[in-house]
Design a binder for this molecule. Structure first.
Ligand code: HEC
Length: 227
């Protein structure tokens, strides 16, 4: 071939062509990552974008109960987990002197963070409102700043959080003991706000047995929002 009257050897042209093809193939293999586009990326190979793993709350076709998130094996305690030992609020009040956690801005911030993640979905961030759960048919939770909950001892609040109360589930297996006590401090803060509405006292506690086996485990740390 001749360019500007100079002969270019065919081997040079072929080599250049091979280099261009190899470059395009390598770039494609890297999903054309240097291209700026608002379109979804063209993915020649998926790297680790899509993985055969279960995400939180996902349905599973592998397990018979369709839950991807597995319950603790009965009779086992997660590493660093603790067992919540009290079946009734009376037992808890007899055994627990009070909140062992000294209140501080950091403890309140932690309590707020945990409350907003674990309690606000039903009790609202103020503890005094209802939320989407009621609109979707769940029982209306009581106002946490009303006289009833305000009159609860710290031990009883801790017990309700740990073991649950009637349809409210216990959180001993989801929240570490220290975090549950931080929530108790934070609920006390919420109770200082003016009362929005009074709430009739809920029915006496009737379901506590399941909570006695509740445990808190450090494996749940992954669900925590970093503050
Ligand atoms: C799934 C919704 C839901 C979640 C989440 C929830 N609660 Fe409850 N809570 C309820 C319901 C419903 C009741 C009323 C139960 C009853 O009838 O005794 C209740 C009752 C209570 C009570 C007793 C109030 C009283 O007057 O007797 C306290 C205290 C409480 N919850 C605190 C919390 C805290 C703290 C959290 C977070 C760790 C939390 N709840 C998470 C639904 C929920």
């Amino acid at each position: 071939m001749k360019i500007n009257n100079r002969r270019i050897p065919i081997t040079l042209i072929l080599t250049a062509a091979v280099v261009v093809v190899v470059f395009i193939v390598l770039w494609a293999g890297n999903d054309f990552q240097a291209l700026r586009s608002t379109e979804p990326p063209i993915q020649i190979r998926y790297d680790m974008y899509y993985q055969s793993k279960s995400m939180a709350q996902e349905q599973s076709t592998f397990f018979a109960d369709r839950k991807a998130m597995r319950d603790h094996v009965p009779g086992t305690v997660p590493r660093n987990g603790t067992i919540y030992a009290y079946a009734t609020p009376e037992e808890a009040e007899a055994a627990i002197a009070g909140n062992p956690l000294a209140v501080s801005p950091a403890v309140l911030a932690r309590g707020e963070n945990r409350f907003n993640s674990f309690c606000a979905p039903c009790h609202s961030v103020t503890g005094q409102d209802t939320t989407e759960t009621v609109r979707r048919g769940l029982q209306k939770p009581p106002n946490l700043a009303a006289a009833n909950a305000k009159g609860y001892s710290d031990a009883r609040l801790f017990h309700v959080i740990s073991a649950g109360q009637n349809i409210m589930p216990g959180y001993a297996d989801k929240l570490k003991e220290e975090d549950r006590w931080a929530i108790v401090h934070y609920v006390r803060e919420l109770q200082k706000a003016p009362l929005k509405y009074a709430e009739a006292a809920p029915a006496a506690q009737d379901t506590t047995a399941a909570a006695a086996t509740g445990t808190a485990d450090s494996a749940n740390e992954s669900t925590e929002a970093v503050q």
